[in-house]
Design a protein around this ligand. Structure first.
Ligand code: SF4
Length: 400
């Protein structure tokens, strides 16, 4: 039998995936609070009212890890990502206690990438040096824009000077720094976007995440949509990035991600390549693969209060747990892995889904015929046309 080849249950002819080896395992920790909610944001976070009880939250995170241990017994953690929300609301001492707790329960690899998201307020920037001392080795800063008018429209609580100070200070203490920027902001011109990117690059980050602003349902922007740049302006921004950023030392490796050589985000890359992740904290998601062929998805209770209270009431912190079906795992894999500009190794489909590539031979052929995908024995890679129309390409792999 070929590695990763699924077996057929002869009794009822059901395709049963099997795994010869398990994918890498990452740890995600969600900190679900923000000072105030930005009007475009659909990440799960609550406005912080009153004092943040760090120790109480660390205690429930510990409970989550302990409950999850039987699912990941013996597996090593390749990366840790503390996201939110606004993790930099935590003190450096709190992050230190959190990471010590994690290391006491899970075998985190000595060279693991340990990322943390931070907002660029003065209060946060003063803590960067101490964050580095806790073992965080990659800082990701939610700049979004350096333009004061755009920061105001986005409801950000920081100004241009704070954003600059945060980006520059981060590089004094961290070898790996990501800056998040948005494009397609209300009324944004190509020149304004170019200035944002050039200002970001002048702060010497090792990674840029460049996301297009989209109006998400159930956000204030959805209720009162701002006027966004038209397709031509968005295209010109995209084209300019493709031409200018390589000359500034950045390689485009994923739809929204650009990195200096050797500085790709390991945590996100594992996620996009259908690796496993244990998610702890309110609203955090997990994906865990088992040697018997199952892939499990699990979501923690979303509301931070209910999530924490559940501990006292002895309730399970999980809102939803289900097994990923054979059809869904084909689509999930392709939806994520196709985000890579240089595609993915062909064998990875079998390794990560437990299914033969033949399962998707029809959509692969269709995508090739449409000029959206290049398929070889070694690599499956979106064409430039496929990258441009990525949603159309991904939809081809939707289950019937
Ligand atoms: S700070 Fe970040 S997570 Fe919080 S509301 Fe704003 S965009 Fe969302």
């Amino acid at each position: 039998m070929t590695p990763g080849q699924p077996v057929t249950n002869n009794r009822d002819n059901i395709l049963t995936p099997v795994f010869d080896s398990l994918p890498p395992l990452a740890l995600y920790i969600h900190i679900p609070w923000c000072i105030r909610k930005c009007p475009y944001c659909d990440f799960y976070s609550n406005r912080l009212t009153g004092e943040l009880d760090e120790d109480a939250y660390i205690a429930v995170l510990q409970r989550d890890i302990e409950l999850a241990l039987p699912l990941v017994w013996g597996r090593r953690i390749i990366s840790v990502f503390i996201g939110g929300g606004t993790p930099s609301l935590f003190s450096a001492a709190g992050i230190d206690r959190l990471l010590k707790m994690v290391r006491s329960l899970l075998p985190v690899l000595p060279d693991a990438e340990i990322s943390m998201e931070a907002n660029p307020g003065t209060f946060e920037t003063e803590k960067f040096k101490e964050y580095r001392e806790t073992g965080i080795n990659r800082l990701s800063i939610g700049i979004q824009s350096f333009n004061p008018a755009h920061l105001q429209v986005l409801g950000r609580i920081h100004g241009r000077e704070e954003a600059l100070a945060a980006a520059q200070t981060a590089r004094m203490y961290f070898d790996q720094v990501n800056l998040d920027l948005m494009l397609g902001l209300p009324g944004q011109t190509l020149e304004q976007f170019q200035q944002d990117v050039q200002t970001a690059v002048s702060c010497d980050p090792t990674h840029l995440s460049l996301y297009q602003l989209t109006i998400e349902p159930n956000t204030p922007f959805a209720a009162h949509p701002p006027v966004l740049p038209d397709e031509d302006v968005l295209d010109s921004m995209q084209q300019w990035m493709e031409q200018a950023l390589p000359g500034m030392g950045f390689e485009h490796y994923e739809v929204s991600a650009w990195a200096k050589p050797g500085c790709q985000c390991q945590h996100n890359s594992n996620y996009w390549l259908y690796g496993d992740y244990l998610g702890i904290g309110a609203a955090a998601h997990s994906k865990i693969t088992f040697p018997d062929g199952r892939i499990l998805r699990r979501m923690c209770v979303r509301n931070p209060g209910a999530y924490m209270l559940g501990d006292e009431a002895g309730k399970t912190p999980f809102e939803e747990t289900f097994e990923v079906s054979v059809e869904d795992r084909q689509f999930e894999f392709m939806m994520n892995a196709l985000r890579f500009i240089n595609g993915f190794p062909t064998h990875l489909f079998e390794e990560r889904t437990g299914l033969p590539l033949a399962c998707i031979s029809e959509p692969l052929q269709l995508a090739e015929d449409k000029g959206l995908l290049a398929v070889s024995p070694t690599t499956i890679c979106p064409t430039p046309l496929g990258m441009r129309f990525l949603n159309d390409l991904q939809e081809i792999f939707l289950p019937d």
